[in-house]
Design a protein around this ligand. Sequence first.
Ligand code: CCH
Length: 264
Amino acid sequence: MSEHNYAAVAKSIISILPRKDYDDESLGPLLVRLAWHSCATYDMATNTGGSNGATMRFRMEADDEGNSGLETGRMFLEPIKRQYPWISYADLWILAGCVSIKALGGPKIKWRPGRVDFVDESLTPPNGRLPIASKGSDHVRNVFYRMGFNDQEIVCLMGAHNLGRTHPNRSGYDGPWVTNPIKFSNEFYKLLMTNDWQYTSSPTGRMQYYNHDKSLMMLPSDMVLVQDKKFRKYVKIYALDKQRFFNDFALAFHKLNELGVPRR
Ligand code: CCH
């Protein structure tokens, strides 16, 4: 069954993650964001969008403002796709996200193959379903409730911002959230609980939160998690209990990547 050796694909993905010339020397965070955005178009009411279909291959979704930078992630996965042409892009992107989380010290995420690549471009979900970082708690809730998540799961999933950074040439925001952006941890929640945040302009003019020496950042949509009492409760829990965060994150990320995937 070498034809469907997903473990071999996973191994090959792990082998391309370390990269001296890229960001914090790992492609992992970018691939986690790619997986997340391929899922984040899901709409429960119409059962449209989500990771099945790999519709980000199509121009309309690739050009959605929120997906800026993700062409780089898809490009890095091309050699893997060439090596294992039988895997769908839809499965590959999600597998890459799951494998990256684990490789960067996070929990093991349950992953199942079975996603297909749509040929019909008209099945691409409309633009505008991704969350916008400058908006408040109503917006964040609307986006995640539309996918079928509750407040606890929202706070938990946002903990992926323990990884990676924002890029002025992609989103216009600037900097990493935590001191080691290639180690999955609960530091994001601990930092959110501090009072070290100044609402300031980034070099591109985007308003965001910087810490005292501008070495770390938070998006307005991250700060919502401590400004909103119902969210804040879970930030406290995850700041104090890393294991609970890891367990809950594994469940929530699995739920995320199954959204809209037809299963018998
Ligand atoms: Fe995120 N995220 N995210 N995010 N995100 C960005 C980067 C990453 C929002 C906005 C942004 C999730 C939720 C949200 C990652 C994973 C997740 C950036 C910077 C913005 C802006 C992009 C750039 O400039 O490169 C908003 C808004 C929300 C919700 O309201 C969730 C949920 C996940 C995963 C479960 C990861 C990882 C990154 C880092 C990417 C990198 O290139 O380092």
